[in-house]
Design a protein around this ligand. Structure first.
Ligand code: DHB
Ligand code: FE
Length: 280
């Protein structure tokens, strides 16, 4: 039987990817950010997961405004890094797991999630920057990845509660998969940030730290955060935190917190990172 062995969340700031690709990780501005992920890179070497179900959002790289799926599951054998306007990131092609993805699709539709199934999809910084942070420079990524792209770019975006329910359904689906795989669930995006408008540059450490606390304890409160509250407290792009709720719900009732990091700012964004283990 497959098992969910850990949940990981991180911000996915594109400038972190650029600093990584250009070998600027030891510059004073970036060093504290990259140093913080060393613990997790060691953890991943020890854990050696087989598959990551990676909840992120596309930033109009693969999913333009002509089609806006609420939840899009990546079914393909492989996913190319997207060209976001300055060429593809120099990182490996992301290898999928079409058999597990088909099982997830079937179980999640039975559980009444009307997914969009993506047989071809490029993956942008929302997915590849976290891979670089967790695994460093690689010839090949050491895991298979099933992308789960969540709409946070066009209203109506899914509610916190809906994301929670999806995470819980992912847990059930993984546990009903016969192969003995070690599966991690990741959520990327956030924390507080606003990239445009009058409040551009907004960062709210109080909200972010309370959010981090509640991932360990206080999950009922997380499920009740409204989209308006995300917008007001965490800025227009703070809504990306709903992907973290998919990750957290996939871990079940209680968790052990293994690692946590919070840093402001990187680019325009509050960078947060947490590693959780399902308890019991
Ligand atoms: C920034 C952060 C993001 O999450 C993103 O998707 C794009 C830009 C930023 O801080 O610049
Ligand atoms: Fe983003």
């Amino acid at each position: 039987m497959a098992r969910i062995t850990a949940g990981i969340a991180t911000s996915h700031v594109p400038a972190i990817g650029a600093a990584f690709d250009q070998g600027r990780t030891q510059e004073p501005y970036w060093k504290p950010v990259f140093d913080a992920y060393e613990w997790t890179k060691d953890f991943q070497r020890r854990e050696d997961p087989d598959v990551v179900i990676l909840a992120y959002n596309d930033h109009a790289s693969a999913l333009m405004l002509d089609v806006v799926p609420t939840f899009a599951l990546g079914m393909a054998e492989e996913f190319e890094p997207a060209d976001e306007g300055w060429g593809k990131r120099p990182v490996p092609t992301v290898m999928g797991d079409p058999v597990l993805a088909a099982h997830l699709a079937e179980q999640l539709v039975i559980d009444e999630f009307d997914l969009t199934l993506m047989n071809d999809m490029a993956v942008d910084h929302g997915l590849t920057v976290p891979l670089s942070l967790m695994f460093g420079k690689c010839e090949e990524w050491p895991v298979r990845v099933i992308p789960l792209a969540v709409n946070v770019t066009q209203f109506p975006t899914p509610s916190a509660e809906r994301c929670w329910q999806l995470g819980a359904a992912i847990r059930d689906a993984v546990e009903s998969y016969p192969a003995g795989l070690k599966v991690q669930v990741w959520g990327t995006g956030g924390m507080s940030h606003q990239l445009q408008g009058e409040r551009a540059g907004l960062i709210n450490p109080e909200f972010d730290n309370a959010f981090l606390d509640k991932l360990s304890e206080g999950t009922d409160e997380l499920r009740r955060i409204t989209r308006l509250e995300f917008l007001r407290e965490a800025g227009t792009e703070g809504i990306e935190l709903i992907m973290w709720l998919i990750m957290r719900a996939a871990l079940g009732e209680s968790v052990e917190e293994l690692n946590r990091f919070y840093h402001v700012p990187a680019s325009n964004t509050a960078v947060g990172h947490i590693v959780l283990r399902p308890a019991g």
